[in-house]
Structures are given as structure tokens and as C-alpha cells.
Design a protein around this ligand. Sequence first.
Ligand SMILES: CC(C)(COP(=O)(O)OP(=O)(O)OC[C@H]1O[C@@H](n2cnc3c(N)ncnc32)[C@H](O)[C@@H]1OP(=O)(O)O)[C@@H](O)C(=O)NCCC(=O)NCCS
Length: 166
Amino acid sequence: MIRLAKLDDVPAMAALMREAWQTAYDGLIDPAYPPTIRAEKYIEEFTKNISEKRERMTVYEKDGKIAGLCGGRLRPGDEFDCEIHCLYVYPVYQGQGIGSALFAEMKEFFIAERCAWMIVFTFYGAKNNNFYTKMGGDIERYEDGEAGGKKYPGAAFTWQLEKFDD
Ligand SMILES: CC(C)(COP(=O)(O)OP(=O)(O)OC[C@H]1O[C@@H](n2cnc3c(N)ncnc32)[C@H](O)[C@@H]1OP(=O)(O)O)[C@@H](O)C(=O)NCCC(=O)NCCS
């Protein structure tokens, strides 16, 4: 059900992002922003991520549709040497274990890459903060997040990955 994203998937992935943003940050960000989000923004970003291997992008397929997506990247030389950069599930498919499955798969990939610390940046107080706490993350530090050209309080969740014996 989880597989690497292909270029053919990009339009469906962009549509998912637009849809998820309509409700993801309710009460936190300017409500005027989500309706202005254009799919092209994500089509460009995901096309580059996949074709230039800037990020490892995965999708969760359910009933032949892309129900969730995840993007992760390595941060060589940084204290937090890997990052889940985006993790989004279609609102209609949320609460069914898809987000945690995508999260766990990416984390396993980073462990196999022998990363030490994983980080996720999001908005402080977003509904997803409870999800990341459930996934065992600690809020490590706060940084401003940006949406539609405006800044909002940010949160960075971190995970120490497995220790290696050899
Ligand atoms: C955050 C998100 C990825 C979680 O994916 P999901 O498929 O809905 O989550 P799951 O069904 O795998 O839930 C895993 C656990 O987290 C909990 N959880 C998920 N969302 C939660 C929420 N908003 N509040 C409280 N707990 C939540 C679930 O109850 C579940 O716990 P359980 O196993 O004890 O039942 C998804 O809701 C989403 O796309 N949200 C909008 C976009 C977003 O904020 N993405 C993160 C950007 S950094």
C-alpha cells in the first residue's frame, strides 16, 4: 500500500495537498490563504523532488487512489540529520492509520540510512501536534512557520532514532 511516488502521481499528490490545507491549520492561519493555494505550486515542487531526487517521496494507495503522501530528506552535517518534510492525508481518509503508516515507513528508511535524529517542522498548536506527540516526538524548539507570506509560531518535533551496535 505504501510505495515510492512516481512522476505520474504528481497531479493527484498536488490535489491532495490543496485539499488537506483547506482544514489542516484551522484557527491558526489566515483563513483567506488556503483557498488561494494553487496545485501548480506542488506540481513544480514534487516534480523536482522526484525527478531530481531532492526528497524521497512515498504515497499510500487505498482503493486505487492516493490517500496520503510523505516526503523525507537527509540533512547531512546537521544535528538533526533527517527530516520528514511533508506528511499529508486526504481529510476523508484521516484517522484510519494512514499517517502513522507513512510516518513509520519513512522513519525506518532513515534508520536504515543510519541517521541519528529526525526532525519535523510544523505550526505550534496545529491538530497534527497531537499526532506527532502520539508518534513519540518531543517538541525540541520553536521556529517561525510561514504560510501565504505570513509568519506563525512554529514547532519542531524530534525523535532519536535507533542506536547501532556496530
Ligand atoms: C496529521 C496527519 C498526517 C495524521 O494522519 P492520520 O492518518 O489522520 O493519523 P492516524 O490515523 O495514523 O493516527 C495515528 C494516531 O494519532 C492520533 N491522531 C491523529 N490525528 C490526531 C489529532 N488531530 N488529534 C489527536 N490525535 C490524533 C490518532 O488518534 C492515532 O492514535 P491511536 O493510534 O491511539 O488511535 C493527518 O491528520 C493530516 O494529514 N493532517 C493535516 C495535514 C498535517 O497537519 N500534516 C502534518 C504537516 S507537518
